[in-house]
Ligand binder design. Structure first.
Ligand SMILES: NC(=O)c1ccc[n+]([C@@H]2O[C@H](COP(=O)([O-])OP(=O)(O)OC[C@H]3O[C@@H](n4cnc5c(N)ncnc54)[C@H](O)[C@@H]3O)[C@@H](O)[C@H]2O)c1
Length: 248
């Protein structure tokens, strides 16, 4: 698949190179022209064992590209990884200016659906800020386009901006239909399935009888292999774990 990595530093370069090595077509963007020039001339700005070889192999295979072209980076892929720096602010909190600048760039250039992944280390709630920055740019871009165009082209752009707007509405509706709970039992009440994505000790030995009674269907997808398949079976749970087959 096509993947764009925004920010070609320690994290972005290693992630991009490894994703390319898995067969993906990766576009690594950076605003630092000197870094991109160095990479395009065969140099590697950081040292990680084996990284140079992986980069060379994938550049040669045409799966790894380095560029400062913002518009091309957005057009390249429907999956956009933000991997820019988040240096600590004066008060120790993460400075999100580079993350939000990357988000605005996506909004400015996108013309179709995008999945945006915050790979940078960011505080909880940043995804909302990123979505808001993208939406803001989409609205500005659509308004500008509408006022500049005329005739049939105008009609076409209006349709595109309606689609942009539709994506924003879908995202906002999705958020509205999510509910959050600060305790386990209210979270599973009436659930069709439980998905485990944490290894916290507090979730290792739940009361299966109470859990089963609370859920609509006794189905558990275990992303952390926390539970024993045999025990789950004995407790009457439908259990799907990772790498253990459907029933362990
Ligand atoms: N380095 C690590 O080992 C490590 C480990 C875990 C998490 N992280 C986190 O990953 C994130 C990236 O860290 P890093 O060490 O790779 O940073 P880095 O400083 O090495 O790289 C960031 C890159 O982003 C580029 N950049 C900045 N703004 C940009 C923009 N708008 N568009 C495109 N490129 C832009 C910079 O020029 C730079 O090359 C940070 O949030 C960091 O906390 C880093």
């Amino acid at each position: 698949m096509n993947i764009t990595i925004i920010g070609t530093g320690y994290v972005g370069l290693v992630t991009g190179a490894c994703l390319a090595d898995l067969g993906n077509n990766v576009f690594c963007l950076d605003v630092d022209q000197a870094k991109i020039d160095l990479l395009n001339s065969g140099g590697v700005p950081i040292y990680e064992p084996g990284l140079k070889e992986i980069i060379e192999r994938n550049v040669d295979a045409g799966r790894l590209t380095f560029s400062t072209d913002l518009a091309a980076s957005v057009a390249h892929a429907s999956v956009q990884f933000i991997a820019v720096g988040t240096p600590p602010d004066e008060d120790g909190s993460a400075d999100l200016q580079y993350v939000l600048a990357a988000a605005r760039n996506i909004g400015r250039h996108m013309t179709d659906f995008k999945v945006v992944v915050d790979k940078s280390t960011v505080p909880v709630g940043t995804a909302d800020k990123v979505a808001a920055a993208i939406t803001e740019e989409l609205v500005i871009a659509s308004e500008a386009r509408q006022s500049m165009q005329s005739g049939t082209l105008d009609c076409h752009v209006a349709n595109a901006s309606r689609n942009d707007g539709a994506n924003a509405v879908i995202a906002s509706e999705a958020r509205q239909s999510m509910q959050f709970a600060d305790k386990p039992m209210p979270a599973v009440q009436g659930a069709d399935a439980l998905i485990i994505v944490t290894e916290w000790k507090a979730y290792r030995s739940p009361n299966w009888t109470a859990l089963k009674a609370a859920m609509k269907e006794p189905v558990v997808f275990d992303g952390r292999n926390l539970y024993e398949p045999q025990e789950m079976k004995e407790n009457g749970m439908t259990y799907v774990a990772i790498g253990r087959g459907n029933h362990g």
